[in-house]
Design a protein around this ligand. Structure first.
Ligand code: MOS
Length: 773
């Protein structure tokens, strides 16, 4: 479509204080020199050395004596029933120890499946629950042997026979199963505000389009693994989990044993992106296998198994209708999604969740429907709903901008939501307009000629596109303990987990901040269910949930030490507790320089104490009723396309995020890189392909499922507004999470850039070369 004439760009200039970018980093970085690693500093990972030297123990790396190895046997058909399992040849194989299947496995129980009580399973049907097959890759047996090679060999010799039925693999074939799901984690999936149909019908300018996104898999570097070890009736599970508390409760309920008999250990996680958020069948298999053979059992999933064993992002088919006034004011937004779930559980990708409130509009309708296909149950994958939903909504806005002849940023600013109109609450903070302004400035957006195909670099077509990014600012109760030890070092412990984002480091920073002790002397211990409880490292809520607790624990520990100093006979400040303070790792009298004080270790030595311990437990409160907590951002993408061979390269990305306070610019920027790179994968290459005849997975390896490699990754410029959320926590930390927002908006910004370069509107991801020809 030929765009109409363009309004003169009315981009706002950004006049605020400097945002956190590479360029103005030096001022923040000076904190590093004094080694107190203040909030906002650039601090290298506490666990970096362990990781690059191979000392970090991931789930499968724990060395247990006398461990046996298990290999899971998965269904090769997608629908039917298991007619028989013949293990006679396997039992003759060298090293064979045992086999588990429906015929001899212990009774298992469905967990409560309640997210709030930490008992949400990835798939509610327990392993071996019945003899039915619901999808290819479903576990049908488990072989245990002395070595991994022997287990693999024995597993190959097991003969499983099936009564096969024709599976429903494509959405089109499964329309007979369509239903309207009610909720997603307590949020209603259907809503209507005003009269959207009538408003659309009478709107001066309209856009209606269908958008589709394919099934995608998380593909973290580390495949999931479990090592189970029983000690009497107590179970230790070395896990790869984003939620040690959830694993503890869910495994306990599934096995039918008390949770206090279960110890979950997950110190290092090689990425999760949602596929390690809930307990999946392999963890249960490892536990029952270890009991079955009377020794520890290790079960490490193969990359192929990762395509059926721990969830995926559902395919989505979305229809967006936008109605606007000639000036570009939105008068109607409709967003209707059709997604997939499995025959055995419901996970509904909530594509329209964000559409309810991202822009100001009096008439809005959102709905979701789902079909049941013979594919394993989908799950949360980085920004479930926001990510897929924004591809549709932000593409449609770009289409509307062209129809109106308005700059895409101007259109968004014109329809900026000053409040959350869905729940009728003010934002806790919202710097979305600043994100647009900073991004436009750094990207050079003002130099954009909006006509498709108008910008060139030699023979290459150049396209510039942008989109809004957003994700909720979730927070949950969290707890932590801080110990000050006799040698002057500190420990910070919590049953949170670091899935790679940098939680070890940010927790240590908070403690350094409060105590003034060098971050080198602060040891975090995480990923263990015996530590003070913390929420799932999902929903981007770890930082906002656990750091306030750690800050409180550190303050409490320091207060204990001050108290000790005041009450210890012979101590210089005895009896003057009110006038004592602590800073720079010392206790000192008010009004004197901290350097003149007594080091923490000397206080403990004088008092003859091994340590003092502070506890912190924080939770969201009444502020949740008063405000809408949401993070925002803007993504700008430049593509260069060789029209002769339909080769598309992403040449530049500028991202700006408003996620509250940045605790550590280095790890935050890495989250930005990773989200943008994953978004490029979503936009250009990632697509899980199933054989529609038998439901088998065709692309279940990293050669056929293409994720971006270095050559696909351009210069990425990550920026943060870095203004604290004033109400999210009582301690004034002001940090919302940033794990998920970073991927949102990337795919539509890229698709919008492709339109700008070529005039081709690609509404079906991924944007493979065939679609550009
Ligand atoms: Mo995230 S998809 O909530 O791990």
């Amino acid at each position: 479509m030929e765009p109409r004439s363009y309004a003169v760009l009315a981009l706002p200039r950004f006049a605020g204080r400097p945002v956190l970018t590479e360029r103005n980093l030096t001022q923040k970085a000076t904190f590093g020199a004094v080694k107190t690693a203040r909030v906002g500093a650039t601090v290298s990972r506490k666990d970096g050395h362990l990781k690059v030297t191979g000392q970090a123990r991931y789930a499968a790396d724990h060395l247990l004596p006398h461990v046996a190895h298990a290999v899971a046997i998965e269904s090769t058909v997608a629908k039917g029933r298991v007619a028989g399992i013949d293990s006679s040849r396997a039992e003759q194989a060298p090293g064979f120890i045992g086999i588990l299947h429906r015929g001899n496995a212990p009774q298992l129980h469905r967990p409560a499946n309640d997210f709030m009580s930490a008992s949400k399973a990835g798939e509610i049907r327990v392993v071996f629950e019945d003899d039915r097959v619901y999808y290819a890759g479903q576990y049908v047996a488990l072989v245990i042997a002395e070595t991994l090679e022997q287990a693999r060999y024995a597993a190959e010799r097991v003969r499983v026979s099936y009564d096969t039925e024709e599976p429903l693999v494509d959405t089109d074939d499964a329309m007979s199963t369509i239903f309207a799901p009610a909720e997603f984690f307590g949020e209603k999936l259907t809503m209507k505000r005003g009269e959207p149909a009538a408003a659309y019908a009478s709107a001066a300018v309209t856009v209606e389009a269908n958008y589709t996104t394919p099934i995608e898999h998380h593909n973290p570097m580390e495949p999931s693994a479990s090592i189970a070890e029983w000690n009497g009736d107590e179970l230790t599970l070395y896990e790869t989990t984003q939620w040690v508390a959830g694993a503890k409760a869910t495994v306990a309920q599934t096995l039918g044993i008390p949770p206090d008999k279960i110890h979950i250990v997950s110190p290092f996680i090689g990425g999760g992106f949602g596929c390690k958020g809930f307990v999946w069948g392999h963890s249960i298999l490892a536990a029952i296998a270890a009991r079955h053979v009377g020794r520890p059992v290790k079960l490490n999933l193969t990359r192929k198994q990762m395509f059926s064993a721990c969830g995926h992002r559902s395919e989505t088919r979305q229809t967006v209708r936008l109605g606007a006034t000639p000036e570009g004011r939105l008068v109607a937004i409709e967003h209707h999604a059709l997604v997939q779930t499995s025959p055995v559980d419901d996970f509904i990708e909530p594509c329209g969740a964000t559409t309810r409130f991202l822009y100001s509009c009096p008439n809005v309708a959102v709905s979701h429907r789902a079909v049941r296909v013979n594919i394993a149950t989908p799950t949360a994958m980085r920004a479930p709903g926001e990510n897929t939903g924004l591809f549709a909504l932000e593409s449609a806005l770009d289409e509307l901008a062209y129809k109106l002849g308005i700059d895409p940023i101007d259109l968004r600013i014109l329809n900026h939501a000053e409040t959350n109109e869905q729940i009728r609450k003010p934002w806790s903070s919202n710097y979305l307009k600043d994100c647009y302004a900073v991004g436009a400035e750094r990207f050079g957006w003002r130099r954009r000629d909006p006509r498709p195909g108008s910008m060139r670099d030699g023979d290459l077509l150049v396209g510039w596109g942008m989109a809004t990014a957003t994700y909720p600012g979730f927070r949950s109760p969290g707890a932590a303990k801080v110990r000050i030890l006799r040698d002057g070092s500190l420990e910070i412990v919590s049953a949170t987990q670091d899935m790679g984002g940098g939680t070890y480091t940010t927790l240590a920073q908070i403690v350094a901040d409060v105590t003034g002790v060098s971050i080198d002397r602060i040891r975090p211990a995480l990923g263990d269910s015996t530590l003070p409880p913390a929420p799932v490292s999902g929903g981007s809520m770890t930082t906002a949930s656990v750091l306030p607790a750690a800050k409180q624990a550190a303050r409490h520990a320091v207060a204990q030490l001050v108290e000790l100093a005041a009450s210890t006979p012979g101590f210089p400040f005895q009896g003057t507790s009110r006038d004592l303070q602590a800073a720079q790792g010392r206790v000192f009298a008010a009004g004197t320089p901290p350097e003149s004080g007594v080091p923490f270790e000397d206080v403990l030595a004088l008092a003859n104490r091994a340590s003092v311990e502070g506890e912190g437990a924080t939770a969201p409160g009444a502020e949740r009723e008063k405000y809408a907590f949401q993070s925002f951002g803007a993504q700008f993408v430049e593509v260069k396309i060789d029209p002769a061979i339909a080769r598309l390269r992403v040449s530049r990305v500028v991202s700006v995020f408003d996620v509250g306070t940045i605790i550590n610019f280095k790890t935050a920027r890495s989250q930005g890189y990773s989200g943008v790179i994953m978004g490029i994968g979503m936009a250009l290459t990632e697509h899980t392909v199933y054989d529609h005849r038998d439901g088998s997975i065709i692309t279940s390896n990293l050669a056929d499922y293409a994720i971006p490699v270095n050559a696909d990754v351009p210069s990425i410029d990550i920026n943060f507004i870095d203004k604290p959320d004033p109400v999210i926590d009582a301690d004034g930390l002001g940090a919302r999470g940033l794990g998920e927002i970073t991927i949102t908006g990337v795919a539509p910004a890229l698709a919008n850039a492709v339109y700008h370069a070529t005039g081709k509107r690609i509404r079906d991801l991924p944007i493979t070369p065939d679609k550009l020809l």
